[in-house]
Design a protein around this ligand. Structure first.
Ligand SMILES: Nc1ncnc2c1ncn2[C@@H]1O[C@H](COP(=O)(O)OP(=O)(O)O)[C@@H](O)[C@H]1O
Ligand SMILES: [Mg+2]
Length: 360
């Protein structure tokens, strides 16, 4: 594929969304990226995902970059690369990681981004940086709202609209001010004008996948809202989307719902915050997270509403959510909302589904 031709066409096509950033990407040579990353030195490695490894680097002008390098070339991986580059070249928003450029030489496929000094949300919630407890409540709240605004751009301002397809903690990066940057568009899909969904093979990450998508393979904007709901619960509680309890898999919603029935928000709050959080805001994040992760897509709020709810606007709507029977003990209205689709098939290190046949 000649990436140059389509990228030239998309340059500067920013949509009409708020929070635009200037579009300045270019093509990098492999030689330049070798020099920037000290030959993809192990010490420069920032992270690893399904696509390959990501390395820190520095360009001749002193600017810091992150370079994602494809592990093994295959048609499927090449397609994932093309999808991510094409989509990233289209999107420009303060809460979406922007493209610096790419390199496609021989079988090498590399994507170049701005370096995010605070790495991923995952590393702060459950990984290397979690012991430092840098995620205080105001930062968590700003990350929740910022990431939701990034999704608003994808669903309302990008043309055509975009389904991210893999919203999760390791795909939300944090800049020097801990501002959220939604990243990793390798599983993203463009929704043709007028369409409501795109049928695909099931891809994504267990624990974040909307149940109807797992069953039907129909990816819609609502699937990203489901994943975002799980992310909100993770952000409030510091819990993982799926946890093993006595050899069964318990989802974060199964864990949170009984505590919500009893309105025990202090037991939901991430203990790493040492009780320093704004209870009203935490309640908002938890209720909005749970309603986004409802098993019935039509019960989920629209992403624009999610932003307003998180900001404490739409007070009546919030009161209605709070009093929904789904949050009253003894109700089973969201039964199977969560990991029913994945229980029994989850194993450590095998959480990302690259491609699997649709369930029937
Ligand atoms: N721009 C960046 N700055 C800092 N770290 C990054 C950057 N991009 C990716 N990473 C790290 O690399 C990991 C994998 O990157 P990602 O784009 O999600 O790749 P994959 O498609 O393989 O999942 C991220 O979770 C993060 O830890
Ligand atoms: Mg990723």
């Amino acid at each position: 594929m000649d990436f140059r031709s389509f990228l030239c066409c998309t340059r500067g096509s920013d949509g009409k969304g708020k929070g635009k950033k200037e579009s300045t990407w270019r093509i990098f040579s492999l030689k330049e990226l070798h020099a920037a990353t000290n030959n993809f030195n192990y010490d420069n490695k920032l992270g690893e995902g399904g696509f390959g490894s990501v390395y820190w680097g520095q360009l001749w002008d002193g600017s810091q970059i992150a370079v994602k390098r494809l592990k093994v070339w295959s048609n499927k991986a090449d397609m994932e690369f093309a999808v991510e580059v094409e989509i990233l070249a289209r999107v420009r928003h303060k809460n979406l990681l922007s493209l610096r450029g790419y390199c496609a030489e021989g079988q090498e496929r590399l994507i170049v981004y701005d370096y995010m000094p605070n790495l991923s949300l995952l590393s702060h919630l459950h990984g290397q940086q979690s012991s430092e407890s840098l995620l205080d409540w105001p930062r968590r709240m700003a990350i929740a709202i910022g990431a939701a605004e990034g999704i608003v751009y994808l669903q309302h301002h990008a043309t055509p609209h975009i389904i991210h397809g893999d919203i999760k903690a390791s795909n939300v990066l944090l800049d020097s001010d801990f501002k959220a940057q939604v990243a990793d568009f390798g599983f993203a899909k463009l929704i043709p004008d007028g369409a409501t969904h795109v049928t695909t093979r099931v891809k994504g990450t267990l624990g974040y996948l909307a149940p109807e998508y797992v069953v039907s393979g129909k990816a819609s904007e609502s699937c990203d809202i489901y994943s975002f709901g799980i992310l909100l619960l993770e952000l409030a509680s510091g819990r993982k989307p799926l946890e093993k309890v006595n050899s069964t898999t318990r989802s974060i919603t199964e864990w949170a719902l009984p505590l919500v029935y009893e309105r025990k928000f202090s037991e939901i709050a991430d203990p790493k915050m040492n009780g320093k959080y704004v209870e009203e805001e935490l309640k908002r994040v938890v209720f909005v997270g749970l309603i986004c992760a409802h098993n019935q897509p039509d019960k989920r709020p629209a992403i624009l509403e999610v932003v307003e709810l998180l900001k404490g606007e739409l007070k009546e709507k919030f009161a209605a959510i709070e009093n929904d029977e789904m949050f009253m003990a003894g109700q089973d209205n969201n039964e199977g909302s969560v990991a029913d689709d994945s229980s029994g098939s989850v194993s450590e290190g095998k959480e990302q589904i690259q491609e699997s046949e649709k369930a029937t």
